[in-house]
Design a protein around this ligand. Sequence first.
Ligand SMILES: [Zn+2]
Length: 389
Amino acid sequence: MIELLFLLLPVAMAYGWFMGRNSIKQNQQTAKQDLSIKYSTGLNYLLSNQQDKAIDSLLDALKVEDDSVEAHFAMANLFRKRGELDRALKVHEHLVRLNHLPTKDKQQAVFELGKDFLSAGLYDRAEKMFSKLLKSKDYGVKSLSYLLQIYQSTKDWQQGLNHKKTIIKLNDKRQLHTLANFYCELATSAFAEDKFIEVIELLEQALSLDPNSCRANFLMAKIYENHEQCQLACQCYQAIYHQDKDFFPDVIDSMKACYTRLDALDEFYAFIKKVYDETAGSSALICYLEHVEAKHSNKKAIEFILSALKRRPTIRGFQHFVNMQKNQENEAENSTSLGLIKELISEYLKVKHRYNCHSCGFNSATHYWSCPSCHEWEQLKPVRGLEGE
Ligand SMILES: [Zn+2]
């Protein structure tokens, strides 16, 4: 009889295992049903526009399973896009608190939370979040960009420069360009106090990070000019032309003043002629015409501008042509008509924007180094085309 009982032992074990397995399955099924109910409830709340109740219900569901993490990120981002930042924050803060989430999801939650704080203008909290992710493989570079954005908004240039080593190591052109502008901002403050050596050192740092920063060369030219080093200033102005032809029209007058002080106007006009031949810009044309008129005659200058306008017509070029004609005109009747045309063109150009942002299309009558609309650096440039350069 006892042997029989021993024979039944494996059967009992198999039965126990089978029942246990069924019990786990049953628990899982119950959990899934529970999750499904919470989801349905959450969705019902969402559909009936009771968003706060929907969030609570959906967050509750997340405690049971984390298969739904992506859905929660999507929901929170949707709230942020709609400007409902308190709701987006609630979801992301909940995700950050969940200890069992995989590292990548947790980092995403911290990153999104940083973006929520940034949208809400809570810079110190956003900075804290992005700083946590600097070593992250997935979010390190993006977090650094947001940190630079925060330092730009708070004008905390030195904080941005503290990340210089990392930015150089990453060799990200956009971030190097941003950092060069941070140096230019510090140089502008030093320039206001006429700290010559400090300005030069800061601008050299800017150019080492971004050799194409025409802002650095512009400031450098100005400080050299103020300290009677016109030769060096002229070199900086020439460098600007090679860095950014679109920005160059804005430095022509300062450049001419420098060459005048050096008594080297012939050299200046030779350079401007080269600029005009290469760009056909209206500022370079108008400037060069002064030279033609002075060296040759008014008639030669008019011939030159006529062929220039045929080559590339611009309103500013035409305005200058009318001015030249008016100065030459003796008959009172024609002079009055030309005066009227001149006035009309002048009024027309007054309402046209001088600068345009190459990044977002923002138009402005004034020049800014950082676009007031998209905050990109050195993107506002003189407008080209019929109504501009
Ligand atoms: Zn812009």
